[in-house]
Design a protein around this ligand. Structure first.
Ligand code: SF4
Length: 497
């Protein structure tokens, strides 16, 4: 690992805005956040993947991956970050290096690729991503980008986050560092207003930012730049003139918020667009900080009026589902979206939360879950797929809300499932998004396909059901033919008896 990359990683781990890191001893902090992998466990993305995820939603930029083609294939467009304009970000660019480049170096090929992109697409900037192979053979992407910027008169930004540097979260932050080092503060916005804010760590997945934007528009608040969902290069370059930064709860790019505070004196706060109460708190915080920064005071009162009207409208729309959803039980296994943020809206729709995961929750999150759900709240620290399967199969839950990785557990148990993590297809942001979430739960639970798939399959000519054939086999001693017995008990492959 090059000395400059090592120094950058050490700097990122010394993040004052990360409570978890600050709580660690000096020695522990040096070890970084990488967990020891256990065999069979999913490892998640690499640092390159993290940087690409964090920056790819900048829509008008060409994202060029310097490495073997598989790296680009690994990370290309695997989320649903939406754009309101340019679609260049969805074109996969890679130098696709081969064996000869590994022997002779890939820098010339990289330079030629940058030239080709600029000639063909003329983007406002090109982002160049380092990967494991090109870092190991010693390609100096910083030097090539500098030379290309001078030659073509366009920003060519090196993103030095090769896969082996660490996990995906580190890559998110290294992507943020590239913006801090080469983009933010390099241009002036055309004009500024006392109502300018940046939103950091929001990726506009399935268009969620567009559920919040009308609310801000109604208050006259301008999103000077969003880093990085539906982002534009020039907006991010001029983002240092914002009055307030909002850090979206995921903290994936907290380093941008803290360093912009140090460099440009922009205060930041952490907020969330998920859940009705949280959305209102976020609007209040933005208004409060803008007034502190010099915006007219009537903003506070206008914000309260908007919140009252929007909350009333959202609760009324959610209450309409109560009759259909009353008493239905939800198992909530989430990672990215804070569990307790959505619980209140689900309860208002008459749903019962039978369990919620707290794997990524902080101590305060857990307290909050207890407050909302009572002392007997079923908090699940780390549920194995087998436990999820049993819970769903025994009908202790009517639907599971989780990320894509657990979807097959629910489908094997023939139970409805809804994706609420990063690959989700529906936007669940702001007030509108909570109504959408309840609507999607209703659609999933009442989908007629579940009645169909739960009917036992006919077996044999006389119409005897498969379950009737299985019953005597299932009664045999467990030690005898364990495989056959598992089948007879209706268990699916991969789920032991
Ligand atoms: S770990 Fe290295 S080789 Fe694999 S995808 Fe990431 S950058 Fe590419």
């Amino acid at each position: 690992m090059s000395a400059s990359l090592k120094a950058k990683i050490a700097e990122v781990f010394d993040e004052p805005g990360c409570d978890k890191n600050q709580g660690k001893s000096e020695k522990e902090r040096k070890k970084g956040c990488t967990k020891q992998l256990s065999p069979g466990a999913a490892a998640g993305g690499c640092a390159f993947d993290g940087a690409k995820i964090a920056l790819q939603p900048v829509v008008d930029v060409a994202h060029l991956v310097h490495g073997p083609i598989a790296c680009e294939g690994n990370s290309w467009d695997n989320r649903h970050a939406a754009s309101s304009g340019s679609t260049l970000y969805r074109t996969g660019f890679t130098t696709d290096i081969n064996e000869l480049d590994v022997v002779y170096g890939g820098e010339k090929r990289l330079f030629r690729s940058v030239r080709e992109i600029i000639e063909k697409y003329d983007p406002p900037a090109v982002f160049v991503y380092q990967t494991c192979v090109t870092a190991l053979i010693g390609d100096d992407i910083e030097a090539v980008c500098k030379r290309a910027s001078e030659k073509f008169g366009k920003p060519v930004i090196p993103v030095n986050s090769p896969g082996f540097a660490g996990p995906k979260n580190l890559g998110n932050k290294l992507g943020g560092e590239a913006l801090l080092d080469y983009v933010i503060g390099t241009r002036e916005p055309e004009y500024t207003t006392p109502y300018d804010i940046n939103i950091i760590g929001e990726y506009n997945l399935s268009g969620e930012l567009w559920q919040t934007r009308p609310l801000l528009d109604a208050l006259g608040i301008r999103i000077l730049s969003c880093i990085s969902g539906d982002g534009r290069y020039n907006e991010i370059a001029g983002s240092h003139r914002a009055k307030v930064n909002m850090m979206v709860c995921s903290k994936s790019m907290i380093n941008i918020a803290t360093k912009m505070q140090q460099r440009y004196g922009i205060p930041y706060f952490e907020g969330s667009f998920y859940g009705i109460g949280d959305m209102s708190d976020t609007l209040r915080q933005i208004a409060k900080l803008l007034v502190q920064q010099g915006a007219p005071e009537d903003l506070l009162e206008r914000t309260e009026r908007l919140i009252a009207a929007e909350e009333a409208r959202a609760w009324a729309r959610i209450a309409r589902y109560r009759e259909r959803l009353q008493g239905k039980r939800v198992l909530l296994i989430t990672g990215g979206v804070k569990s307790w943020s959505v619980v209140a809206a689900l309860q208002e729709a008459g749903l019962e939360i039978v369990g919620t995961s707290i794997k990524k929750s902080t101590k305060e999150d857990k307290e909050k879950i207890k407050q909302i759900m009572g002392d007997d709240a079923h908090m699940i620290d780390d549920m194995t797929p087998r436990e999820m399967y049993t819970m769903l199969r025994d009908a202790k839950a009517d639907i599971m809300l989780s990320g894509g990785r657990s979807q097959f557990v629910a489908l094997k148990a023939r139970m409805p499932w809804l994706d609420i993590n990063q690959e989700r297809h529906h936007p669940y942001g702001a007030y509108e998004g909570m109504v959408e979430l309840v609507h999607e739960i209703d659609r999933a639970i009442h989908n007629p396909v579940w009645q169909q798939v739960r009917i036992p399959a006919p077996w044999g000519d006389d119409g005897e059901t498969l379950d009737a054939v299985r019953a005597p086999v299932a009664a045999v001693e467990p030690a005898v033919f364990p495989g056959v017995r598992a089948w007879a008990m209706g268990l699916e492959p991969g789920v032991p008896a």
